[in-house]
Design a protein around this ligand. Structure first.
Ligand SMILES: [Zn+2]
Length: 193
């Protein structure tokens, strides 16, 4: 068995329907860190996985909490890192995942085109788990090795200011260990400025 291209070996493979081809000849340059939990502030359930897999339809528990609108969302990320440190992969890295939305970085719009999106299970105002920082640091090292054109790491709040606040002030950028020639960019304040 050879390793599947554009997948992380240690990740549980989930094939999201929410993906498409990247524009031709695009160079991967950006890593975007997100935070997500469903319902917000609740961990450990299957709602985020169902969201990325397009399987939220008919979830009465979400409807009861006023979150029924999520069922129409078509979103995904390349990776989801749970609070346990478990990694799930929804989209191969050479394909485009749908995580950034309306976004801009260094004058370029549509950041999904040239980025890898990594979701952390969490919320803006609750400390993230130490295991998530450790696992993400390992993942960044592996991604840099496989895709040397990746240079910058930002938060969703950096590319969609005023619209997105994740991963939020509770995300501590100083706990990340970055490989050589990859750096943190953006404001790193996490409050959406
Ligand atoms: Zn986000």
């Amino acid at each position: 068995m050879t390793q599947e291209p554009h997948r992380l070996k240690q990740a549980l493979w989930r094939n999201s329907p929410h993906q498409d081809a990247r524009p031709e000849a695009v160079e991967l340059s950006l890593i975007i860190i997100h935070g997500i939990s469903l319902p917000p502030g609740v961990w450990g359930g299957g709602a985020v996985d169902a969201l990325f897999m397009g399987q939220l339809l008919g979830r009465k528990d979400l409807e009861a909490q006023g979150l029924g609108g999520l069922q129409q969302l078509r979103v995904s990320a390349h990776l989801w890192i749970r609070r346990s440190g478990a990694v799930l992969q929804y989209v191969p890295f050479n394909r485009r995942a749908w995580h950034a939305g309306v976004s801009r970085w260094r004058g370029r719009e549509a950041c999904n085109d040239f980025s890898i999106g990594i979701e952390m299970e969490g919320g803006d105002h609750i400390p993230y788990d130490e295991r998530q920082y450790r696992v993400l640091s390992q993942v960044l090292a592996e991604l840099k090795q496989r895709y040397p054109t990746l240079l910058e790491v930002v938060g969703h709040s950096d590319i969609a200011p005023g619209r997105k606040t994740d991963p939020g002030p509770s995300w501590d950028w100083s706990k990340l260990v970055l490989p050589e020639a990859m750096w943190l960019s953006g404001q790193q304040k996490g409050d959406g400025f």
